[in-house]
Design a binder for this molecule. Structure first.
Ligand SMILES: Cc1cc2nc3c(=O)[nH]c(=O)nc-3n(C[C@H](O)[C@H](O)[C@H](O)COP(=O)(O)O)c2cc1C
Length: 196
């Protein structure tokens, strides 16, 4: 991998990779880890990067609105994101603040989800609830239901657009590591190189 020596090139590369990751299942950045505070404890979990908009500074993921990452939030959906590509040896850390997508947009996404994907949002009790047997999680026969029969789970489905406030890039390289930070400040991106 070529070494980065130009901040605009780092910026362009980072967003290009994020956009590709949201469209390619096998992209190394497709499954970031996101962390937030749930109560007084930091929690991390893997999510699927569903959509990226550089123009709007958005990273989207889907979730069950009853999940701990959402239901125990303070008023703001603040997340820290971690991406790493073992081949390019590039790590990205992002700080964001989330906004729930509109009902119309969530409805539109929901209509496109097949039954197996809807199962993630269809548990009878909230995610994390203790159950006696694994199969107690979903309504009986869920996977043989028609799409319409699973529509009740729409009530639990949520898509969140996370507005990027800070993006930090780290490239490990034999000729010297490269670390750059981009911070959204007063309506524009402030960029700096940092000591790695
Ligand atoms: C590969 C993979 C992808 C996942 N994608 C999502 C996702 O997009 N959204 C989500 O809410 N949970 C996803 N999960 C499950 C979360 O990692 C986590 O277990 C779940 O959301 C409960 O987390 P919470 O209790 O912190 O809310 C995924 C797990 C794996 C292993």
């Amino acid at each position: 991998m070529e070494i980065f020596n130009d901040l605009p090139a780092v910026w362009t590369y980072s967003w290009q990779q994020l956009e590709e990751a949201s469209q390619e299942n096998n992209h190394p950045w497709r499954l970031p880890v996101i962390a937030n505070l749930t109560g007084s404890q930091v929690s991390q979990r893997t999510v699927v990067l569903r959509k990226v908009s550089q123009k709007e500074r958005h990273l989207r993921f889907y979730t069950d609105l009853r999940s701990a990452k959402i239901s125990q939030k303070d008023e703001r959906l603040r997340f820290s994101w971690l991406f790493y590509n073992t081949v390019s040896q590039i790590q990205l850390r992002i700080q964001s603040e989330g906004v729930v997508v509109s009902v119309e947009e969530a409805d539109r996404i929901w209509r496109g989800l097949p039954v197996y994907a809807r199962s993630t949002y269809a548990s009878i009790k909230p995610p994390g609830t203790i159950i006696t047997r694994p199969k107690d999680a979903l309504p009986a026969g869920f996977f043989t239901m028609s799409s319409i029969q699973t529509d009740a789970a729409r009530a639990n489905f949520m898509a969140i657009d996370n507005q990027v406030k800070e993006l930090e890039f780290l490239q490990l390289h034999r000729e010297g590591h490269r670390r750059a930070r981009f911070v959204w400040t007063d309506g524009q991106w402030e960029s700096n190189w940092l000591v790695p």
